[in-house]
Design a binder for this molecule. Structure first.
Ligand SMILES: [Zn+2]
Length: 246
């Protein structure tokens, strides 16, 4: 669905990108660093309300950069030869990184035709029946789309090996989570939750839902990282690390 909100965001992104490209061409200092493409860059382009969103060189988003930062710094770990489920596999640098480290890398989505990733499989998280299969499950901006998040969280828990971790990121606001009724129109979803296909909006109490499904959970905020890294890599967002108890 094309909406005015999307058009405005896309136009702003284009302008900000063009401005950065000009600054880059005129030799502006590359005093920022992108941990996704590992290049020094002049800055990050705007998207919506986020002034420093995307990497000018590789397009990586703040949450994509946060994941690389946390992996580089050993805050989270991807064991060698592990089994990794990558839901909605749209972030090129993470596809590459997960694939390189995993013995069994499974990119999957409910609509695989949306992703140009070799081997992408069909997966309906609501109907997932895997048991103790994965060491890591990565789902970034997925949970706000699923019809029943309690069902999906239980399915993810069962699909993980004991001790395995689900790495979950969702759009957050500073209020308690709010679910929309199933028959809410696209326009109404956009008004309430910021995007026409978001069925709910999470707050930090998302952690309680994860815990209720049987996980141990901790929140890793970009803001908790060293300030110099936060500035240089323009890190933002919060990772919910959900561990299946061993
Ligand atoms: Zn980059």
């Amino acid at each position: 669905m094309i909406t005015m909100q999307r058009v405005r965001k896309a136009a702003g992104k284009h302008l900000s990108r063009a401005e950065l490209a000009v600054r880059s061409a005129f030799g502006a200092a590359r005093d920022r660093h992108c941990p996704a493409c590992r290049r020094d860059v002049v800055g990050f382009f705007r998207y919506g309300d986020e002034a420093e969103w995307g990497c000018l060189d590789c397009g990586a988003s703040p949450r994509e950069r946060l994941m690389h930062h946390l992996l580089d710094e050993g805050v989270i770990a991807l064991p060698a030869w592990s089994a990794v489920l990558h839901c909605a596999p749209g972030e090129a640098s993470l596809i590459e990184r997960f694939r390189a480290h995993a013995g069994d890398y499974v990119p999957a989505d409910i609509d695989p035709s949306r992703y140009a990733v070799p081997g992408v499989q069909h997966l309906d998280l609501m109907a997932m029946t895997d048991e103790s299969r994965y060491d890591r499950i990565y789902a970034s901006h997925v949970m706000e789309h699923v019809p029943d998040d309690a069902v999906v969280l239980r399915n993810l828990l069962r699909a993980l090996k004991p001790g395995g971790e689900a790495w979950l990121l969702v759009p957050l606001w500073d209020r308690p989570s709010e679910d929309g009724p199933p028959d809410l129109s696209g326009r109404e979803r956009e008004r309430r939750f910021g995007q026409w296909d978001h069925v709910r909006q999470y707050g930090r109490d998302f952690a309680e839902r994860i815990r209720a499904a049987g996980f141990e959970v901790d929140l890793i905020d970009a803001a908790s990282r060293p300030p110099e890294a936060v500035r240089r890599e323009a890190l933002a967002d919060t990772l919910f690390r959900a561990r299946r108890p061993a």
